[in-house]
Ligand binder design. Structure first.
Ligand SMILES: [Fe+2]
Length: 263
């Protein structure tokens, strides 16, 4: 891929997203969230690509994947007014469909387009399919990690805004903000097991699942980012200050430290 091709794809993205903004403040705030997220995921993918010592060619592919990975989000919100996939549509598959309809990858080689589409298709799945290998496996892991790093920024910023001024909070809150959390979710995070989104009942459960994402990180560089930005500590501060949560904090922070030491 040439540098100009990457630039053309970014220009397409700019124009495409610009078309979604209108006069509804709530709608615009939600579009802006994913618009900004897409751009910041590019920065995180480049950081990871650098840390992993990738070639310029590989970095360009990583950046195309990053800018387009959530391209399905805009139509998803327009049609369903939610970013909740189970309640609406699989935004990753919708993204691949949009990329094809708009011929966004038309000037790339078939091999490049394949890597990009596959990485986008699976970026939001609970797990990657186990038949991926080589370049597509590498790029699929990069986008999943880069995405998580920036979602940590998004959620910690959201919790801060919501706590400071819940009435003027402009984003969707998908679960009831009640003082409790589910025992099932707590037990799963303490034992390092995967939590299903269907297990979530309260906003605190959502915070716990976000902490459990550390069990699904691919690269030491990602753990370094999570640690240096103190995302886990910030989320923990928005949970009830009791012994359960102290235990959760200890479990996830120690896990991350171990992963960093292992390199
Ligand atoms: Fe996504």
């Amino acid at each position: 891929m040439k540098k100009e091709q990457l630039e053309k794809i970014k220009e397409w993205f700019d124009e495409y997203v610009a078309g979604f903004y209108g006069d509804d403040e709530y709608f615009n705030a939600n579009i802006e969230l994913k618009d900004r997220h897409s751009r910041l995921v590019c920065a995180e993918s480049l950081y990871l690509a650098d840390e992993l010592g990738l070639t310029d060619e590989q970095k360009q592919i990583a950046e195309v994947i990053a800018i387009l990975h959530d391209v399905g989000r805009f139509v998803q919100f327009e049609r369903y007014r939610t970013y909740n996939d189970p309640r609406s549509v699989n935004h990753s598959l919708l993204g691949v469909k949009i990329i094809r309809e708009h011929n966004v990858l038309a000037n790339l080689t078939a091999g490049e387009a394949e890597i990009i589409e596959v990485a986008i298709k699976y970026h939001g799945d609970k797990q990657l399919p186990d038949n991926l290998s080589g370049e597509v496996f590498l790029q699929s892991r990069i986008i999943r990690d880069a995405d998580k790093i920036d979602i940590y920024r998004v959620v910690t910023e959201c919790y801060e805004q919501y706590e400071n001024d819940p009435d003027s909070f402009k984003l969707e809150i998908e679960l009831p903000d009640e003082p409790w959390y589910s025992d099932e979710v707590l037990q799963k995070i303490l034992t390092g097991r995967r939590i299903d989104y269907r297990d979530l009942k309260t906003l605190n459960d959502m915070k716990l699942i976000q902490l459990s994402w550390v069990y699904d990180v691919n690269f030491a560089a990602t753990y370094n980012r999570i640690r240096e930005r103190r995302f886990l500590e910030k989320i923990i501060d928005f949970l009830p200050p009791n012994d359960d949560i102290k235990q959760v904090a200890k479990t996830v922070l120690e896990y991350v430290d171990r992963k960093i030491k292992q390199g």
